[in-house]
Design a protein around this ligand. Sequence first.
Ligand code: ATP
Ligand code: MG
Length: 565
Amino acid sequence: MNSTTGPTNFVRDIILEDLKTNKYGGRVHTRFPPEPNGYLHIGHAKSICLNFGLAAEFGGKTNLRFDDTNPCKEETEYVDSIIDNVHWLGFDWEDRCFYASDYFDQLYEWAVQFIKAGKAYVCDLTADEVRQHRGSLTEPGQASPYRNRSVAENLDLFERMRAGEFPDGARTLRAKIDMASANLNLRDPIMYRILHADHHRTGGKWCIYPMYDYAHGQSDSIERITHSICTLEFEDHRPLYDWYVQQLGIYAPQQIEFDRLNLTYTLLSKRKLLTLVQNGHVSGWDDPRMPTLSGIRRRGYTPEAIRNFCGAVGVSKTNGSTELALLEHYVREDLNKRAPRVMAVLRPLRVVIDNYPPDLVEEMDAINNPEDAAMGTRKVPFSRVLYIEQDDFREVPPKQYFRLSPGREVRLRYGYFVTCTGVVKDEKTGEVLEVHCTYDPATRGGDSPDGRRVKSTIHWVSAAHAIDAEARLYDNLFTRENPDEAPEGQDFTANLNPHSLEVVRGCKLEPSLRSAAPGSRYQFERLGYFCVDLDSASDRLVFNRTAALRDTWAKIEKREGRNLK
Ligand code: ATP
Ligand code: MG
């Protein structure tokens, strides 16, 4: 699924057909049009990959366009984060970053043109009254009493709306289409509303702002977009999109709708994500539990994994739900190939090898990634006192427990075979403080000289050489597959998972991680994929667990007899 052999889908089929019939003179020009009212999320990634991917496949272009028609909710912080995240995903719009607000003058002129043609009027109904007049799916709407104002009066009032004579909400400019249309969007939709608010780009220049529907198609037209790809909820808006463009007689792009991405255990709505941020349920837009691109990036997800995932989910004409496990599967698949493997102990237990020389330190050879020989090897120090995972020792082993326990021999990965000879316990609590072992010098590197088998291989870190770190382990942010299904009288926050973050301090890492830079990703052997967090400093390493090792998606596929893509 690279840029020259895109996945087959119906949007691509439409483009192929248009190329065949030369509808746009062989051009393919798409755009990604975010509203800068929040951070981008994984759903946006699907749209980004589709828009940029299709254009790239056919030698076309993609514009980045900020749909900044609502001054109240939009901020420069969001613009900056969007630019940063689309680049991070691996896409580029060259010099074509535009704003709907770039077109405010043109849109105003066109509105005047609509008024002059008798196709728009200034309406004094309040928002509530407009809604009441609108009718329903079964009943036609009622005409506004202001519908038949003269062109002269409309021009005068619209000019005065622009000049700031009226308060917010006092009047609107409406398209004069059809109050009986079966499509509610065509029942004299609002084109402009009064908002005395500063805009992040145009400042105080305007106090009337165009509605999304009035701005979008014309913006596409101005930019000579060929295929205006958007999500299914805009399907019913397409007749209006076409109407504005046709009435103006300007270049007409083609709107095509596809299904939104929905993910289990995840909310993909900027409004709800903003609630999580504002109410402190997460540490910010880039909290690694957030489905925002900033969040999953900080968590350690790679752009390649996200692009592969978006390619795999494809596009369709019906909304559905995708398993979060599928996204995680693509993250693991990518990290498995590229993340160096290292040894780290999250919950340390001291191990003393009684027959190992007290002053000896051996440098053991360790493989950086068995999936990729080119990643080479490194040295890991081995000494008399080590840390192992508390979970890798049981004083009284249950059935099927093959890791270290008294009398049992196991392999220390890249180290030696060791046999447990005893434990030191806290006299009062009975807690195991230290495990004692002996090692077999003939098993250096973890190889058995005589074909002797052990049932378990565990990881370790030399105590004298270990680096301290903090690990942040994440679980789903919500406990329900569909977080919107909340108990009576409650909202989605009732489904927040109280255990979505676990902070483990006092972790011990092998010394090769000493200068690990923020953003670097590793596989901690047997524990999962981890990424160095932004909060790390040279004296305080912090790791985010990107994903555990167990691939639940692969398990689901196996159970259901399906084949992974
Ligand atoms: P949200 O509800 O999260 O605010 P939105 O659709 O209002 O989403 P926009 O900034 O308007 O967000 O979206 C920019 C583009 O991304 C649009 O073309 C939109 O259709 C697309 N998009 C948004 N959410 C998804 C999603 N979950 N799956 C696929 N595409 C999406
Ligand atoms: Mg929106």
